[in-house]
Design a protein around this ligand. Structure first.
Ligand code: SF4
Ligand code: SF4
Length: 121
């Protein structure tokens, strides 16, 4: 049997963001939406497989000062589904295939695909 995994010392990495699936951008209007997302602080966009997501890095209000969940028994279903084997600390590799941390990352990725996105400077 493998070593038992622990949350000790992690400071709850899994409770400090949310991500939501978005449509794959296909046209100029969609690209403008991605640009809008990416000009915001602590917002990123990533691709995992064929799916696109927006991520907001923001800590959960239900974390206490010791990084424990204050509503553990009543926590949302998505929190319950997280397995420690695949979590941010113990999981193998990154959750994304491509990460856009800013406009420049997105513009470069699209340029490599032959799509010119206007540079916001
Ligand atoms: S499940 Fe993983 S990411 Fe979440 S607190 Fe525990 S060790 Fe940290
Ligand atoms: S509700 Fe609890 S388990 Fe879910 S993100 Fe917030 S602190 Fe973490």
């Amino acid at each position: 049997m493998g070593k038992k995994l622990s949350c000790e010392g992690c400071k709850a990495k899994c409770c400090k963001y949310i991500c939501v699936e978005i449509d794959k951008p296909e046209d100029k209007e969609d690209y403008e939406h991605i640009l809008w997302y990416l000009v915001h602080k602590d917002v990123s966009v990533f691709i995992e497989g064929k799916e696109w997501y927006i991520q907001f890095d923001t800590p959960c209000n239900k974390l206490d000062e010791k990084y424990m969940c204050k509503i553990y028994d009543k926590r949302p279903e998505i929190c319950k589904k997280l397995s420690i084997e695949n979590c941010e600390k113990h999981g193998a590799g990154e959750a994304y295939d491509v990460l856009f941390k800013n406009v420049e990352d997105f513009v470069k990725y699209m340029a490599d695909k032959g799509v010119e996105i206007r540079d916001l400077g």
